[in-house]
Design a protein around this ligand. Structure first.
Ligand SMILES: Cc1ncc(COP(=O)(O)O)c(C=O)c1O
Length: 380
């Protein structure tokens, strides 16, 4: 008899984002607007700290949850954004990816449901399934990617254990309105479930009032899990550094998962992480805002409807009316126009494509010109 594997893996899809970025890489001259990969470098002051720590021999096992001085710096940084976390309840993780893994593994029992407002980053669905939970998709397309309170209430069942919120969002770039946040808070309060706040794009917000969920509803602190990452605002995707914070009980349980999954993040990256927290993200934000505006102007010129992204570095235009599925659109854009995007179907958002404007401005402008030519040709 063949040996079986963990059947929770059977329904897990491999990331479509990677498939389309690989297709782009295999196509000579193709411009890739696929990955959420910052075009800038990690700031020099951050990079230099690693060399210093290696020279000083900071190369042994650090504390599991991260050095106390880094966890204190994270809490001070969060406090400036209105988020109250205690250093004892923060774990430094291998990016937001591991933070979300710890959260799901800790919160879910088999059969527990997690509401995922969609379109959404695929990771949530996969991690829920790995924990033998049930992802419940809440389609936000009819409400311009905001949370419709009555749709949310319809998604809640006695098995609802958590909701994931991402603001600004991947793939839509949308920032949750105060009404959307209120709807989530009210439902969490009434029906008693956890709110997992994926704040990885929190620093890349172009709207004046971009508040964190946990800052708005401090009374829900015991139900909230805060996930964040060094990856996007400081262009540190390859460092694999993030954090997760929660109330005491949840944090203590997550720390077990973290300990058995990865033990700790590298010792010699942790002073550099403190350095990053002290490094102003305004220049990054300003350059992304400029590229966002270039992208919006180009999409308007192409006549592709688009809900204005208030943050992150993605646009999610509609391609309805062009007669192609999002997958066909992206495959043909690569072969016929030499520009790569990601199909909306990879995020539960068929009828749209995701365009990442994280790349440098010159590449972006050329990619947008190619896209415009492709859309014109489709319409002709
Ligand atoms: C919404 C969202 N959450 C989490 C992650 C994972 O980030 P990290 O690089 O910190 O693992 C990403 C990466 O693209 C993301 O877009």
């Amino acid at each position: 008899m063949p040996l079986s594997l963990n059947s929770a893996l059977d329904d897990l899809k491999l990331s479509g984002i990677r498939r389309f970025s690989s297709l782009a890489a295999q196509t000579p001259g193709c411009i890739s607007l696929t990955l959420g990969e910052p075009g800038e470098e990690t700031p020099a002051n951050v990079r230099v700290r690693v060399g210093e720590d290696l020279d000083h021999g900071l190369t042994h096992y650090p504390p599991n949850n991260g050095f106390p001085w880094l966890r204190e710096a994270i809490c001070a940084w969060e406090a400036k954004r209105g988020v109250t976390l205690s250093p004892g309840n923060v774990i430094v993780t291998d990016g937001a990816t591991e933070a979300l893994f710890c959260a799901m593994t800790t919160l879910l029992n088999p059969g527990d449901e997690v509401i995922i407002p969609a379109p959404a980053f695929l990771l949530y669905d996969s991690l829920v399934r790995l924990s033998r939970g049930i992802p419940v998709e809440l389609d936000t397309t009819p409400s311009d990617f905001q949370t419709d309170p009555s749709a949310l209430l319809r998604a809640i069942t006695p098995r609802t254990k958590a909701i994931v919120i991402t603001s600004p969002n991947n793939p839509t770039g949308c920032v949750l309105s105060r009404q959307s946040m209120d709807a989530v808070a009210e439902a969490a309060r009434m029906h008693s479930f956890y709110v997992i706040c994926d704040d990885v794009y929190g620093e890349l917000c172009y709207e004046p009032d971009c508040r964190r969920f946990s800052a708005l509803y401090p009374e829900l602190a015991e139900q909230v899990v805060v996930v964040n990452s060094f990856s996007k605002p400081w262009a540190m995707t390859g460092w694999r550094l993030g954090w997760v914070g929660a109330g005491e009980k949840v944090a203590a349980a997550m720390s077990k998962v973290h300990q058995y999954a990865v033990s700790s993040v590298p010792a010699f990256l942790q002073h550099a992480a403190v350095e990053a927290l002290g490094t102003d993200t305004t220049p990054m934000r300003d350059s992304y805002r400029k590229r966002r505006d270039i992208t919006l102007g180009a999409l308007a010129g192409m006549g592709l409807p688009n809900v204005t992204p208030g943050g992150a570095f993605y646009a999610f235009p509609s391609i309805e009316g062009l007669g192609l599925s999002s997958e066909e659109f992206c495959e043909r854009a690569i072969t016929e126009a030499g520009v790569a995007l990601v199909p909306g179907s990879c995020f539960g958002g068929e009828g749209h494509v995701r365009l990442s404007y994280a790349t440098d401005e010159k590449t972006l402008v050329t990619g947008l010109e190619r896209l415009a030519g492709f859309v014109d040709a489709l319409r002709a």
